[in-house]
Design a protein around this ligand. Structure first.
Ligand SMILES: [Zn+2]
Ligand SMILES: [Zn+2]
Length: 374
């Protein structure tokens, strides 16, 4: 049982090495063999820069946090799971004792131990130990590959909950990367009837329309106010959108958002980009906009994400551009950096796949291989 791991030493310096096989550290722990891991923008950012904000990679760190796996061993008190169960791994363990944890906002726990956030190792490894209640059992009709998409879907669920999307709402989502696409899909499943995806890449908008959006808007190189006006006109959103979600982190999109949201509407910042931006605070004030942040996921978000996949509301298979073997993980990172794919999954070191994505870098466009491979 190999515990080969994908380790970041410093920017662009990757190493594959065997790491000690982890053991259960308490009777509520579960040992999981990792089957599939999706590559996230944050993993790529650490690989390129060795840091995100004040999180700096000082010692070698295993990357990855979007994983699904198979239960191998359970502690005596981990009664809800059995060896052989397929699970989506929730990759952050909170302290459970601080005021935020006790208030049910464990994503805001200051003692959070989160995978692939320095100094903590991630899940691009053979085996992973986690508390049983952070390993979410996948029903029979949800595959392990879909299971690796549950983490980003839970991020989207949390964002859309923060946006208080209600039946009949109009929702504009800035950015059609994985999280923006998933926000659009979750908004639709929450009953939104007009869902507008916005991006600067037409092929991503085409994809959004195929997945969930009712309308799209190709952002222009004009002022935020003008973009907002053109968007509202094109999408017949007189008076503005009920909800605007920024899933891009781009300053111009954030500015446009505040001009797109209606009087008294809701704006949620889901994307992370520059730490500081110029923000149209006058529009926010005059329109009495409710603005919220959104960070990772909290109670019930993983469960709902799994339910949305299981009941067919969100087809996460469509987002999987391809699968690569573990030994090709670094090439997969390069693909994600090039923007050539939506979501690449890395098969765990103990997982063999026979439908590997070809990694020659000739394929332009956002999908080198399309859906339906789960
Ligand atoms: Zn992520
Ligand atoms: Zn806590």
């Amino acid at each position: 049982m190999h515990n080969l791991s994908f380790i970041l030493n410093k920017p662009y310096d990757i190493e594959f090495a065997e790491r000690p096989h982890p053991n259960l550290s308490g009777d509520r722990d579960v040992l999981i063999a990792v089957n599939y891991t999706g590559i996230c923008g944050s993993d790529v950012h650490y690989w390129q820069h060795g840091a995100i904000g004040h999180f700096v990679v000082k010692d070698p760190m295993i990357l990855g946090h979007e994983s699904a796996g198979t239960v191998v061993q359970v502690g005596s008190a981990a009664t809800s799971l059995r060896p052989g169960d397929k699970v989506a791994i929730e990759p952050g363990t909170p302290c459970r004792y601080c005021s935020n944890c006790l208030a049910g906002r464990y994503n805001l726990c200051s003692e959070m131990i989160f995978a692939a956030t320095p100094p903590h190792n991630g899940t691009l490894t053979g085996f992973w130990v986690a508390p049983y209640d952070f390993c979410h059992k996948l029903p029979d009709n949800v595959s392990l590959r879909e299971g690796a998409l549950i983490e980003p879907l839970a991020v989207a669920v949390h964002i859309v909950k923060q946006a208080h999307v209600t039946p009949g709402a109009s929702v504009v989502v800035m950015g059609a990367g994985p999280v923006g696409l998933l926000c659009a899909a979750v908004a639709r499943s929450f009953g939104a009837t007009k869902i507008v995806s916005v991006d600067i890449v037409q092929s991503k908008l085409d994809f959004a329309k195929d997945l969930a959006s009712t309308h799209t808007y190709l952002s222009q190189r004009i002022s935020a106010e003008k973009n907002a006006k053109a968007l509202l006109k094109k999408c017949n959103l007189t008076g503005g959108a009920d909800v605007v979600i920024d899933a891009s982190g781009v300053e111009a999109s954030i500015q446009t958002s505040l001009h797109v949201v209606k009087m008294g509407g809701i704006f949620v910042q889901g994307g992370m980009g520059k730490a500081d931006v110029s923000f149209p605070i006058m529009a926010m004030c005059l329109k009495e906009v409710t603005a919220r942040g959104s960070f990772r996921y909290g109670p019930g978000d993983f469960k709902l994400a799994i339910d949305l996949v299981a009941n067919g509301s969100v087809d996460v298979k469509k987002l999987i551009s391809g699968i690569v073997q573990f030994r090709h993980a670094e090439e997969a990172f390069k693909k994600v950096k090039e923007g050539a794919v939506i979501k690449i999954l890395i098969a765990g070191p103990n997982e063999q796949v026979d439908d590997e994505l070809s990694l020659d870098s000739s394929g332009k466009g956002i999908m080198t291989k399309t859906a339906g491979i789960c």
